[in-house]
Design a binder for this molecule. Structure first.
Ligand SMILES: Nc1ncnc2c1ncn2[C@@H]1O[C@H](COP(=O)(O)OP(=O)(O)OP(=O)(O)O)[C@@H](O)[C@H]1O
Length: 372
């Protein structure tokens, strides 16, 4: 798939912007703080209905304006689908084919994107939140059901934490409501964990050969899910629910003392192993970067496998962070098959045919010109 055009209104530092793109590599050049990342972000937001760098949607609206609007057309096989997202202080409205979508979980997935930004180099080293966001975003793109389950899960988690606080401070003494919330919580938790296991096993199949290629056959990458309680990939949903129920019974008093939910997918993590050693603890910076790159490239293949089309790749300021070998590997992989956007202050020193054939745009103070 590829994005044919994008129009922005009052989006970050753009008052009005209309750009058409080709189905190839599009390089966005410009000095610092001119609006390169903002364009990338707008494509990401049009696809995912949320930003990769902030959870506060209001930041996306141009200062002193009431709303921001992103429109674009995504081409899939022989159809061109118009998408529209309006962000105002009251919330978000999403349209697909000019029809307003009642739920954002139904809207997300019309256009698929994979973003690789400097913060993704932190995927291995960073906090568990970064890794959870990574899996949730990726599964969410191909599974509206997962997005729906996640949103229900977070609602129940909030209610449960609130109730645990009431019990902790003795503003409430009856635990019946806690038990009801726990039952609901477990149903969603087990479904989420089951889907994560399934996703990771597919991701592993793609990431392992890719990592091996980038490391010149020297390294074997393994991905492991690290749950916050004793569940495992081999368990079916019923067994997982049983394990969760037993655990919550056991920790009930401790949870009330602490006033917070102690186990669940919101506390789970991922561990990456290179040649059987934990990369977070023992990996060099290079190995950590190769792992992050392998995961992103694996994601592209996985989305292709799931939906039959390659997603759009957004490379925000990361090319210059990779050494020549990794850069070439990345550019060779996408060449001719993945519409890609690259932001960079300069392409000097990146000598690759993919970039020589690319369309080039120049950004300066919130306005963009196509230069090639
Ligand atoms: N809501 C907003 N309204 C108006 N301007 C904004 C808003 N949010 C950010 N900006 C402006 O956008 C600019 C930053 O743009 P962007 O993050 O795209 O930079 P960039 O070109 O990618 O630079 P760098 O290479 O440093 O990352 C800054 O000048 C910032 O002040």
């Amino acid at each position: 798939m590829y994005i044919e055009n994008i129009s922005l209104r009052n989006y970050r530092n753009y008052t009005e912007l209309n750009l058409a793109f080709e189905n190839k590599v599009n390089v966005i050049l410009g000095e610092n703080a001119q609006g390169k990342t903002n364009v990338m972000e707008s494509i990401f937001v049009l696809a995912m209905a949320k930003s990769h760098r902030t959870s506060n949607d209001k930041e996306l609206i141009r200062w002193d304006e009431e709303y921001a609007k992103i429109e674009g057309r995504v081409r899939k096989r022989n159809t061109s689908i118009p998408l529209e997202l309006t962000i105002s202080k009251k919330g978000k409205k999403a349209k697909c084919n000019h029809i307003e979508q009642r739920k954002l979980s139904q809207y997300v997935g019309n256009m698929n994107v994979v973003m690789f930004a400097p913060e993704d180099l932190n995927l291995v080293k960073g906090s568990p939140i970064v890794r959870r966001r990574f899996i949730d975003m990726e599964i969410g793109q191909v599974s509206p059901v997962y997005l729906h389950d996640m949103s229900q899960y977070h609602k129940i988690l909030q209610q449960r934490n609130h109730y645990l606080k009431l019990l902790q401070t003795r503003k409430q003494t009856d635990t019946t409501m806690l038990d009801v919330l726990t039952d609901q919580f477990i149903q969603y938790a087990a479904k989420i964990v089951e889907r994560r296991y399934e996703f990771l096993s597919k991701l592993q199949q793609w990431a392992e050969p890719i990592h091996s290629g980038i490391s010149r056959n020297l390294e074997v990458l393994k991905i492991q899910y690290k749950p916050s309680l004793d569940v495992s990939e081999s368990m079916d949903l019923t067994k997982m629910i049983e394990v969760y129920t037993e655990k919550f019974d056991k920790i009930k008093t401790r949870e009330i003392e602490r006033g917070v939910t102690l186990v669940g997918p919101h506390r789970d993590d991922l561990v990456f192993f290179v040649n059987d050693r934990d990369v977070q603890t023992y990996g060099s910076q290079g190995q950590q970067r190769t792992t992050a790159l392998s995961l992103k490239l694996a994601e592209i293949e996985l989305i292709h496998e799931e939906i039959g089309e390659y997603p759009i790749l957004l490379l925000d300021d990361v090319l210059s962070e990779l050494d020549d070998f990794r850069q070439s590997h990345l550019l060779n992989t996408i060449q001719g098959k993945v519409q890609t956007f690259v932001t960079t202050p300069s392409v000097d020193g990146i000598d690759h045919q993919t970039l020589r054939e690319a369309s080039t745009f120049y950004v300066s103070q919130g306005s963009i010109k196509k230069v090639k």
